[in-house]
Design a protein around this ligand. Structure first.
Ligand SMILES: Cc1ncc(COP(=O)(O)O)c(C=O)c1O
Length: 431
């Protein structure tokens, strides 16, 4: 017991000493573009509810009806008694929205990533003793839930430099060489046949940087190297592409032909304004996950009311592309205002993203302002809060040490005036 006390105490003390100790801020009103914090009206530039659907009157009304019809909980796992009509309707709605054959939902986006990667990438030992191993090629800035899924799978992981396609090819070549060596060593000592599977996995929109994965190039590399491609569209769904369908729509709109990835993960907790995660793809993939994804099987189904709410909110997005386009326009307004106020957007590693922003081309709804020092980022965030603007400071371990930043995220319902005055306030506190 004493050993754990010491472990816990020293961990907390060290976090306090290096400005990484975490506390929670209390918001006293519903998630919306303006919120109450410590009794004060505050501009929220920190929400994942990009389309401001959490607090949309017509959707809240429908949500109240969903609870009255379906009650408060699901009462069981999807494979026992938890599977209700709204769950299956939600999965059809997601598949339809994403233009995929089928979809399966999870309790959260985190659980979707952990479930799909651990299921797809675990070692397979066939009845005859033959083994199939998985190698994962993972972008260095992938979200923690992807990293945790890879760890849980126990697959060998090769990390490639952020969005660097040459380095991805290097990683694939290294993985193939390692497999060839290991398999030939093992095959010398037993009669088992070994084979390898390769999964490339990437965020669609990188959650702390806001830049986009190069889906067309990833697809070429995946095809050329016989890899499966998985993309996590947590921050892309409802945000990227003319109608919010995600990265494939975005590139096709720009005249760069692009198909969907083999495996698309998403969350219902961000632009969709609800809770839950999903995987969309071919029917066979979804059947496989229903059988093998442990974070789908061994947990209670999301409440049927929430499933109905999510389907309804998703249909709202499909019926209101102008809401998505307003969000994209707001990103343009905000970035232009920051530039005019003299705020340098992003650090060196952001060039790909902000090269585009210099032409005022929106990429995502996430706009990071890199500060570097952890304590300085905290101080800037606190100074903005004093002025009635909430933009969180993001620090290690969420981002690398020395890469602390203000991470602004925009909503479709922010007004031009709000965005311009926030940009000026940011310039002032960074002076
Ligand atoms: C890229 C990415 N994937 C997955 C998740 C997890 O989604 P959820 O919040 O629904 O668990 C997040 C954020 O939380 C994310 O940023």
């Amino acid at each position: 017991m004493k050993t754990f006390d010491t472990f816990i105490k020293t961990t907390l003390e060290e976090a306090k000493a290096n400005s990484t100790y975490r506390t929670m801020r209390l918001l006293e009103s519903a998630e919306a573009s303006r919120v109450q914090i410590a009794g004060r009206d505050t501009l929220l530039l920190a929400s994942n509810s990009y389309l401001d659907l959490c607090n949309e009157p017509e959707l809240k009304q429908a949500a109240a009806g969903a609870v009255l019809q379906w009650g408060t909980g699901s009462g069981g796992a999807r494979l026992t008694t938890g599977n209700k009509t709204p769950h299956e309707e939600l999965e059809r709605t997601i598949a339809n929205f994403k233009g995929e054959e089928a979809a399966i939902t999870f309790g959260t986006g985190y659980m979707a990533n952990v479930g799909v990667i651990s299921a797809l990438c675990s070692k397979q030992i066939r009845a005859n003793g033959d083994e199939s191993w998985c190698y994962v090629l993972s972008d260095e800035l992938n979200h923690a839930s992807i990293i945790d899924g890879i760890r849980l799978s126990k697959a060998r992981c090769f990390v490639y430099k952020h969005n660097d396609m040459a380095d991805l090819q290097r990683a694939i070549d290294e993985a193939r060489a390692e497999f060839a060596y290991m398999a030939s060593e093992f095959e010398q000592t037993n009669s088992v046949k070994y084979s390898a599977r390769y999964l490339i996995v990437t965020d669609a929109v990188f959650s702390m940087d806001g830049d986009l994965a190069n889906l067309p190039e990833l697809q070429k590399i995946a095809k050329a190297n016989n890899c499966l491609l998985m993309i996590d569209e947590a921050h892309a769904t409802g945000v990227i592409g003319k109608t919010g369908r995600g990265l494939a729509e975005h590139f096709n709109d720009k005249g760069i032909p692009c198909e969907h990835a083999d495996v698309t993960v998403g969350t219902l907790s961000k632009a969709v304004g609800c809770e839950g995660g999903f995987v969309a793809g071919k029917q066979q993939l979804i059947d496989f996950l229903r059988n093998k994804a442990r974070s789908f099987i061994f947990t209670t189904a999301m409440s049927p009311a929430m499933a109905q709410v999510a389907a309804n909110n998703l249909r709202f997005i499909a019926n209101h592309p102008e809401r998505v386009q307003q969000l994209q326009e707001n990103v343009r307004i905000f970035c232009k205002a920051l530039k005019n106020a003299g705020v340098r957007l992003g650090g060196d590693q952001q060039d790909a993203h902000f090269g585009k922003l210099s032409e005022l081309e929106p990429t995502s709804a996430i706009v990071p302002i890199i500060i570097g020092d952890e304590a300085a980022a905290l101080a800037a965030s606190a100074a903005l809060l004093e002025r009635g603007i909430l933009i969180p400071a993001i620090r290690y371990p969420t981002v690398a040490k020395g890469q602390a930043r203000l991470r602004a995220s925009l909503m479709a319902t922010h007004t031009k005036e709000e965005l311009e005055s926030a940009a000026n306030a940011i310039a002032e506190v960074l002076k």
